[in-house]
Ligand binder design. Structure first.
Ligand SMILES: Cc1ncc(COP(=O)(O)O)c(C=O)c1O
Length: 472
C-alpha cells in the first residue's frame, strides 16, 4: 500500500487493478476498480496517481481510455487534478463530512449501554464499601466472594462448579488472551470459526498459533466440516462461540455440542468456549445451559472445555469483569502465567461484579427488552431501505449478519467512514480477508442512530453503484 501523499507508479497501480491489456477492460470498469481501491484505503487519499500518459503506456491501452477513466474518477469525486500537483486520490464526501454537524453513528462496536439498574447497584456497593485495605492490591486470582458467585451460577445452570475452577480476569478479552498464551505453543494449530470475533483470532495468532477455520453462517455451523477439520488437523485448541455467535448470532444445537465435545476429546483438542454472549437471548426457544455440560472434565491425560465469561455484554463493558472456568489445575497454570500480561482485576469492580452476578436473573431481562426493541428498529429500517440485502433474523445476540447483493463490504465501510459512520466489514471477521459479501450490523446504538445510520448506509450503497472489488 502506498503512503498518503506519495506518488504511485503505473506499475504499482496496475498490480492492484489487474491486467487491463489482456482483459480489454472498459474505462468505466477501470474507474470502478480504482474507486474501490481508494474507498477501502488501499490507495490512500492524497496519493498522486501516475500521469495519463504513463498509465496508458504501462497498461498497453489507448490514451483516450485512460483520459476517460480519470475524467470519470474526477466526476465521482475520487480524483482531484490540479495543475502542477497532478491527479490525487480523494473521497467524494470528504468536504461534506468536515462540515456535517452532529455525532457519528457507531455500527463498528457492538457495545450496549449499561443495563438498567446498574447505577443503583454501583451506588449500593460504594455506600457499603468495606475496608479496602483488607484486599490485596494485585489480585491475580480474583476475590473469593466473586469466584463463589460465578461458580454458583454455573452450578445453578446445571454445571456443578467450585470456586477453585474460576479465575477472575479484567474482561473477556483478557480471558481470551490469557487462555491463548497459556495453552498455545508456537506453531500449534488452533481452530476458529469463520467468521469469528476478530480480537480472538488476533490473540491466538499473537500467541503463536497457526489458524485453521471452519465456516459458520446465520443458519449455523457446518458440523461435518468442523468435525472433519478437528480430526484432520488435531488442533491444540478450538475457539468457539456457540451461543449467539459473534457476528452471525447463530446458536449451536444441543446434539451438535455433544458431538463436538466428543470429537475434540478424541484427538486431544481443548475447546475454548466463549460464553460472553450467552445471556443475550431475545427469543431463542431453548436454553441448554453451559456448553461444558457436554464434556468430561479436564484430566491429566485428556483435555476438557475451558469456558470464558464476561459481564460486558449483559451488563456493561465499563466494568471490565470477565472470568475463566476450567479445571483447578488449569486455573493454577493461568494464575502463574498471568503476570506477564496483567497484574490483577481491580477490587472495587470485583465487589460490584459480585453483586451483579448474584442478581443476574433480575438484571438481564432489561437487557433482553432493549435488544428486542433495537432489533425491531434495525430490522425495519433495513427492510425498508435495503430490501435487496438478505437479513437473517437473529433470536439473540447484538448484531445482524447481513448478506449484501454485491461483494463490496470493505468499499461500503470505507465510503461510510467518510460519512461519519463506522462499520466493520465482513473480511474483518475472517482470517483470510474473505466474506466481502457480508456485513455485521450491531443493534446496540440508540434507536434514532440505527434508523439514521441505515439511511446513510443505503445512500452510500446506492452511490457505490456496481463497483466491484478489484482482482480479489
Ligand atoms: C464473543 C466475544 N468475546 C469476548 C469479547 C470481549 O469482551 P470484554 O473484553 O469487553 O469482556 C467480545 C467483545 O466484543 C466478544 O464479542
Amino acid at each position: 500500500m502506498a503512503a498518503s501523499g506519495a506518488r504511485m507508479s503505473a506499475r504499482a497501480l496496475l498490480s492492484m487493478t489487474g491486467d487491463l491489456g489482456v482483459e480489454a477492460v472498459a474505462y468505466s470498469e477501470l474507474a470502478g476498480r480504482i474507486r474501490v481501491l481508494i474507498a477501502d484505503g488501499r490507495i490512500p487519499v492524497d496519493t498522486r496517481l501516475p500521469s495519463e500518459r504513463e498509465l496508458a503506456a504501462g497498461a498497453g491501452r489507448s490514451r483516450t481510455t485512460i483520459v476517460a477513466t480519470y475524467q470519470a474518477l474526477r466526476e465521482s469525486g475520487h480524483l482531484v487534478s490540479r495543475r502542477g500537483s497532478g491527479s490525487r486520490a480523494s473521497l467524494p464526501h470528504l468536504a461534506e463530512v468536515s462540515k456535517r454537524p452532529g455525532r457519528a453513528v457507531d455500527f463498528a462496536g457492538s457495545v450496549p449501554p449499561p443495563v438498567d439498574g446498574l447505577s443503583e447497584l454501583i451506588a449500593e456497593t460504594v455506600a457499603a464499601l468495606p475496608d479496602i485495605t483488607a484486599f490485596p492490591g494485585f489480585d491475580l486470582l480474583g476475590q473469593d466472594a466473586l469466584r463463589e458467585a460465578i461458580a454458583d451460577r454455573y452450578t445453578d445452570r446445571g454445571l456443578p462448579t467450585s470456586p477453585d475452577q474460576i479465575i477472575v480476569t479484567t474482561g473477556g478479552q483478557h480471558a481470551i488472551s490469557l487462555t491463548a498464551h497459556t495453552l498455545i505453543r508456537r506453531s500449534d494449530v488452533a481452530l476458529v470459526e469463520s467468521p469469528t470475533y476478530p480480537h480472538a483470532y488476533e490473540a491466538l495468532q499473537r500467541a503463536g498459533a497457526r489458524l485453521v477455520a471452519s465456516p459458520v453462517t446465520a443458519e449455523g455451523w457446518d458440523v461435518p466440516h468442523l468435525l472433519g477439520l478437528i480430526a484432520q488437523t488435531r488442533p491444540r485448541a478450538a475457539y468457539l462461540i456457540p451461543d449467539f455467535h459473534n457476528p452471525t448470532a447463530a446458536s449451536m444445537d444441543p446434539e451438535d455440542r455433544a458431538r463436538l465435545a466428543h470429537a475434540a476429546r478424541a484427538v486431544g483438542t481443548t475447546l475454548v468456549v466463549d460464553e460472553a454472549t450467552v445471556d443475550l437471548d431475545i427469543d431463542r426457544p431453548w436454553d441448554n445451559g453451559p456448553f461444558a455440560r457436554h464434556a468430561l472434565p479436564h484430566t491429566a491425560d485428556g483435555p476438557g472445555v475451558i469456558t470464558l465469561g464476561s459481564l460486558s455484554k449483559s451488563i456493561w463493558s465499563g466494568l471490565r469483569i470477565g472470568w475463566i472456568r476450567a479445571d483447578a489445575a488449569v486455573v493454577r497454570r493461568l494464575v502463574q502465567a498471568r503476570p506477564a500480561g496483567d497484574l490483577g482485576t481491580p477490587p472495587i469492580e470485583q465487589l460490584i461484579g459480585e453483586r451483579v452476578v448474584r442478581r443476574l436473573d433480575e438484571l438481564v431481562p432489561a437487557r433482553r427488552r432493549l435488544l428486542r426493541e433495537h432489533r425491531a428498529v434495525l430490522g425495519e429500517a433495513l427492510h425498508r431501505r435495503l430490501p435487496q440485502w438478505t437479513m437473517p433474523w437473529p433470536d439473540g445476540g447484538l448484531s445482524m449478519w447481513v448478506q449484501l447483493d454485491r461483494p463490496a463490504s470493505s468499499a461500503l465501510a470505507a465510503a461510510c467512514r467518510a460519512r461519519g459512520i463506522s462499520l466493520m466489514a465482513g473480511p474483518k471477521f475472517s482470517i483470510d480477508g474473505s466474506l466481502e459479501r457480508f456485513l455485521r450490523l450491531p443493534f446496540t446504538s440508540p434507536t434514532a442512530d440505527l434508523d439514521a445510520g441505515v439511511a446513510i448506509l443505503a445512500d452510500a450503497w446506492a452511490e457505490l453503484g456496481d463497483v466491484r472489488l478489484a482482482a480479489r
